[in-house]
Design a protein around this ligand. Structure first.
Ligand code: NI
Length: 162
């Protein structure tokens, strides 16, 4: 296992659209294991493959008591309700902002054995699922807030980097 480098805001790979995984190969399983180690080490709630520079449709979520949730080729099939909560991203360190999301979502995907699964989540996990699936489209949470707020956050980020 290895801890992978987390790509940060400004790296082009975060803006790419990820490609579907056609087959769960040993390389994909290794990637998933490394992503998990990377996420837990960084104390993140979720991680998407493009965040470690791999444009494949794989996300993982720390499901707390139910353990690691691995979703390959995830698809949001149902969204309900609306909730505004603070959100952050391992690729945009130190920046947090309130983001409007659906409060409950159902996602279809393959698990790491290649079997179709369907999960329904609320609260933090519903938020994490939407956030990570966004990454597969090259969308970051700062794209989902107002223009003025976004500019303020990105200025803050710039200052941190200098
Ligand atoms: Ni993120």
């Amino acid at each position: 296992m290895a801890i992978l480098e987390i790509k940060e805001y400004g790296e082009p790979v975060l803006r790419e659209k990820s490609l579907a995984v056609k087959e769960i190969t040993p390389e994909i399983l290794n990637l998933i294991r490394d992503m998990a180690e990377t996420m837990y080490t960084a104390s993140g709630v979720g991680l998407a493959a493009p965040q470690v520079g791999v444009t494949k449709r794989i996300i993982i979520i720390d499901g707390e008591e139910e353990g690691l949730i691995v979703l390959v080729n995830p698809m949001l099939v149902k969204s309900e309700g609306e909730v505004i909560e603070e959100e952050g991203c391992l690729s945009i360190p130190g920046v947090y902002c309130e983001v409007k999301r659906s409060s409950k979502v159902t996602v279809k995907a393959l698990n790491e054995s290649g079997e179709p699964i369907k999960i329904t989540k609320e609260g933090l996990l519903a938020r994490a699922l939407q956030h990570e699936i966004d990454h597969l489209e090259g969308i970051l949470f700062v794209d989902r807030i107002g223009k003025v707020k976004r500019q303020l956050l990105l200025n803050k980020l710039k200052k941190q980097k200098n």
